[in-house]
Ligand binder design. Structure first.
Ligand code: F3S
Length: 425
């Protein structure tokens, strides 16, 4: 079915505002028609968020496209943040790896220059947790967004009550340029209804990254309505609860393709619409201790030498909040003291948004963390690892997203602390 366009949208499509803008609109119309959207809807969020943060040498058509948009003055009507950078000299890498990065990301500086011209919010606006207060790109309840980055989209939809589909790279930029997005899926009341009821029946607080993984692998791209979580994380969207939901959502979005979840009595849609969000005939998935243990047991370990000593540890995928940085600092310091050590025994990187790190670095916790040898960085661990050389390294992480997309091995938070502080191998 062809989409119904307004006169203004039709003029843009017909090229009355330039050839490049017409191509942008044509792409959005084709995207919408592929998903049976009937019309466009204006973006109401203040800022965009782009997923592509890497200046990969092989992305020549993208660079050429962006150059032509910039030359014609067809830039984003809204400022945007971008996913984390792939490189940071502070993160340990061997000579060969550094050489490889140089070739692989040969267009990084050029690409960032293009982003600045297109509407990058500020020079350090690179993070997947753009919605954190320190970063300043938190949409309001009900805002329509043109974002990509699965962990940010699921957070914006679920925890903030904004409305955004799981867009791809470039499409999200085109939405920001045109100022509108096709109306379908998670932008509609009907598309936000739950086809799954998830009953959490564990005897202790489930690890967020494990719970999200279990949910994602079961419901895939459907919307789950989660019950029983209030017993463990309360009903208020406190900072601690938001951090928990951030990590749970990122795991659900990457281990499956969840773009929105509801937590009973807690998340905005669930508090407003309650059980009416559940579709007739919704299926039920019960998650108890045994189910979480099964999910964890079945993760494949794809290290060549499964008994290898870890060479690197990443914590912070998605990026950590200030509160999480402080909590990890306390846990690492306490474990080092218990184990009679001063520094971590595995090179360890905690990742967070540059603006979050800037604020954290003003606290006493930052100085304590630095003494342990843990490095902080605004890097994306996935982009760092996504090449054959890093893929061979025995890397450990508490991130289920990093485990899914790379060779990194998943451990629960307390296991990570033990491993990096020399408590056990
Ligand atoms: Fe963020 Fe990169 Fe992980 S974008 S969620 S740190 S894969």
């Amino acid at each position: 079915m062809p989409m119904r366009l307004t006169a203004e949208e039709r003029d843009i499509l017909d090229g009355k505002k330039g050839a490049s803008l017409a191509k942008v609109m044509k792409t959005l119309v084709m995207y919408g028609e592929a998903f049976d959207a009937e019309k466009m809807t204006p973006i109401t969020g203040a800022h965009g968020h782009l997923v592509t943060s890497v200046g990969l040498g092989v992305m020549k058509p993208v660079f050429a496209l962006l150059d032509s948009l910039i030359a014609e003055g067809v830039v984003s009507g809204q400022k945007f943040t971008v996913d984390p950078r792939p490189l940071d000299g502070k993160v340990p890498a061997g000579f060969l790896q550094k050489f490889f990065f140089k070739i692989m990301y040969s267009k990084q500086a050029d690409y960032e220059a293009q982003l600045r011209k297109l509407g990058l919010i500020r020079d350090d606006g690179f993070t997947c947790t753009c919605y954190m207060n320190e970063v300043g790109n938190a949409p309001k309840h009900g805002d329509i967004l043109s974002w990509a980055e699965s962990s940010a989209v699921v957070y914006a939809n679920s925890v903030l009550g904004a409305r955004c589909n799981r867009n791809s790279g470039i499409i999200e930029l085109f939405g920001s340029i045109a100022g509108c997005v096709p109306r379908f899926g998670l932008l509609t009341d009907e598309g936000r209804k739950a086809a799954w009821i998830v009953e959490v029946k564990t005897t202790k607080k489930p690890e967020a990254q494990l719970l999200g993984s279990a949910i994602g692998m079961k419901v895939m791209d459907a919307v789950p309505f989660i019950r029983g979580l209030n017993d463990w994380i309360g009903r208020e969207l406190t900072q601690e609860a938001k951090d928990y939901l951030k990590d749970m959502g990122a795991a659900a979005a990457s281990n499956g393709a969840v773009g929105l979840y509801h937590v009973e009595n807690m998340t905005p849609d669930a508090t407003e619409r309650g059980l009416s969000l559940i579709l007739p005939g919704a299926q039920t998935y019960v998650i108890d201790d045994a189910e979480l243990a099964r999910v964890e047991r079945e993760y494949p370990v794809i290290w060549k030498d499964k008994a290898a000593a870890p060479k690197l540890c990443f914590v912070g995928c998605p990026h950590l909040s200030q509160a999480q940085l402080a909590a990890w600092t306390d846990n690492v310091c306490a474990a080092l003291e218990k184990n009679g050590k001063e520094k971590v025994s595995v090179p360890t990187v905690f990742t967070a948004a540059p603006a979050v790190l800037e604020a954290f670095n003003k606290t006493g916790a930052a100085a304590r963390l630095a003494k342990t040898g843990v490095i902080t960085s605004g890097i994306c661990p996935l982009m760092y690892m996504n090449n054959p050389l890093c893929g061979k390294m025995p890397v450990i992480t508490n991130s289920n997203k990093l485990r899914t997309y790379t060779t990194a091995r998943y451990y629960r938070d307390e296991e990570i602390v033990e491993k990096i502080t020399g408590g056990s191998k």
